[in-house]
Design a protein around this ligand. Sequence first.
Ligand code: FES
Length: 78
Amino acid sequence: MDKPVVADTKPIVLDLQAGSYWWCSCGKSAGQPYCDGSHKGSGFAPQQFTLEKEQKAALCLCKQTGNPPYCDGSHAKL
Ligand code: FES
């Protein structure tokens, strides 16, 4: 499996509604931070996450995080 594409070197901070989301782990999606199906054939798969209530979240775009889908500061090492 290849390394994920670095979509950006900083997270995206969003006010998200309660619900389920599919975070792009491959970095190829044109609709970051969400999966758009571009991972097909890459060996990567999107990661689903669910929020019980509305909240602000910093989602990883560098795709190096150890705590997906959330930013853990790994972009600082790129
Ligand atoms: S497009 Fe990246 S995981 Fe689906």
